[in-house]
Design a binder for this molecule. Structure first.
Ligand SMILES: O=c1ccn([C@@H]2O[C@H](COP(=O)(O)OP(=O)(O)O[C@H]3O[C@H](CO)[C@@H](O)[C@H](O)[C@H]3O)[C@@H](O)[C@H]2O)c(=O)[nH]1
Length: 471
């Protein structure tokens, strides 16, 4: 049907942002109603991220053709000249979004369908000018967790604080755990985040990829300081297992239950050759079984990690000595399938929020190795608040350097018989149950999607609890 009302999604590129927003949109569609989604795609700034987005859109379009025809439309925004690549990543994204504002206005004006609502990425707040002008209810989609949202809301009240900062619902947060852009209050990135956090207040609602049970203290503490919050997660894009299992999965099939520690560092994580050697030594000494996704730093001028040359990087004889007990995989791996495998007992992660949710979904406890973005802050909350991870000592000034003995200690602690490891494993299982329940019919996230649908799409006959405590 050509003119059914549409919900416009405005994601930024990158798997960690685009996929969860699309999945959230699909959850709204799944609630029925005569509704479609229109995804406005900004041109990604690098060939790698462009390939990633093209691939994703192609797969989605194939799926739509196979059954969901006519409900999701992809609309490419015009290619614009990028701001200089020398900017910090967060500045770059915010400035790029700002340059897109007139094109978003034109794209919406050109739509044949009436726009019921917009859902925009949390970097896209300049677009609130357009939705305000056109009178379109607009929701901010927060792809990170509620704790990070609460941190952004409290930026200005924490200005000038030296050792720790106060985030509603959390224990005092050491400044050293703040995301890098928020450590320097004079920086442009910091100012951009203050800008975004002020503009969140103009949104019709805030959708967060979390479950009420995961971050109940934080959600309760910010309920009256923000527009209505919809914790609808975990929003994961889980696919049925491939017909032909991946090589990593086949290798896991040969390992005992809960015996393997999995190491993987997101879409952008990579290490220097010296750090790779340190990891190898730590893993070998830990005597734990492992599956290690190892990627090398980006090529000059690039932003994405490259495939690793294992022969060059790993210590002499490492692969031979760890044969049968360890596997090193030199490129992206199917992380969700791996975390779902019964042989996996622990996860050394960069603490990207999607990776954390995927780990909790499968009840896998973690060791934290944050690298960039808000990951140091996530690591703090995973250890100090949620209790689902073992922390590691690292030198942030030295590119998040971790000594081999520290990795050895943390991995043994997570996988072995220590009291700390036992508690962390137990808590991860509790969170797994909470996450699954949240998505069940009547669960907290299920109900939050109902509330959102009722408001954003004008759905009928749905229960509408009015506060976070109600869900
Ligand atoms: O070899 C790999 C590596 C990654 N993934 C997947 O890629 C996604 C990675 O997402 P995430 O863990 O969130 O990491 P980033 O891609 O680094 O995500 C960015 O966006 C997140 C959400 O805002 C933030 O929490 C992160 O800090 C930020 O870096 C996950 O679904 C992984 O399963 C794979 O499947 N295979």
């Amino acid at each position: 049907m050509a003119n059914r009302p549409t919900i416009v999604l405005l994601p930024i590129w990158g798997t960690g942002h685009l996929m969860p927003m699309l999945e959230a949109g699909k959850r709204l569609l799944a609630r029925g109603g005569d509704l479609s989604l229109t995804v406005l795609n900004m041109a990604p700034p690098t060939p790698e991220s462009a390939a990633e987005v093209t691939d994703l859109v192609r797969r989605e379009e194939a799926a739509i053709a196979a059954g969901q025809a006519d409900t999701i439309h992809f609309h490419n925004l015009p290619i614009i000249e990028h701001p200089p690549n020398l900017l910090e990543m967060d500045d770059f994204i915010s400035e790029l979004v700002q340059l897109h504002v007139p094109h978003v206005r034109d794209a919406i004006a050109g739509l044949k369908s009436p726009v019921a609502a917009m859902i925009i990425d949390f970097f896209c707040t300049p677009v609130l000018d357009v939705s305000g002008e056109l009178g379109i209810p607009t929701y901010v989609y927060f792809a990170g967790n509620a704790s990070t949202f609460a941190l952004l809301l409290s930026l200005e009240s924490n200005k000038g604080k030296e050792d720790t900062v106060d985030v509603p619902g959390l224990p005092p947060v050491p400044r050293s755990s703040l995301p890098s852009p928020l450590q320097d209050e004079a920086s442009k990135s910091y100012k951009w985040f203050v800008y975004h956090s002020r503009r969140y207040m103009e949104a019709t609602g805030i959708i967060i990829n979390t479950a009420a049970e995961l971050e109940s203290n934080v959600l309760a503490a910010i309920a009256d300081r923000a527009p209505p919050i919809y914790p609808i997660g975990p929003v994961l894009s889980l696919k049925p297992p491939a017909d032909e299992p991946h090589e990593c999965v086949r290798w896991l099939d040969t390992q005992p239950p809960a015996s393997v520690v999995f190491l993987c560092f997101g879409s952008m994580g990579s290490f220097t050759a010296a750090q790779v050697r340190e990891i190898a030594e730590g893993l070998e000494r830990s005597e734990q079984r492992f599956l290690w996704v190892l990627r090398s730093p980006p090529a000059e001028g690039g932003m994405h990690p490259t495939d690793a040359n294992l022969e060059e990087l790993l210590p002499d004889g490492f692969l031979e000595r760890t044969k049968g007990k360890g596997m090193v995989w030199p490129t992206m791996a199917p992380q969700k399938e791996i975390l779902a495998h019964v042989a996996v007992g622990g996860f050394v992660t960069h603490c990207g929020w999607n990776s954390v949710l995927e780990s909790l979904w499968f009840g896998v406890p973690m060791v934290t190795w944050p690298l960039y973005a808000e990951q140091h802050f996530n690591a703090f909350t995973l250890v100090a608040d949620l209790g689902v991870a073992v922390g590691m000592k690292m030198d942030r000034e030295m590119g998040n350097w971790v000594e081999s003995w520290e990795l050895e200690r943390a991995v043994k602690c997570l996988m072995g018989s220590s009291e700390e490891g036992r508690k962390v494993r137990e808590k991860a299982m509790v969170m797994k149950v909470a996450c699954w329940k949240a998505l069940e019919n009547g669960g907290s996230s299920y109900t939050a999607v109902q509330r959102l649908y009722a408001r954003a799409a004008g759905g009928q006959n749905v229960e509408t609890p009015s506060t976070v405590e109600d869900i």
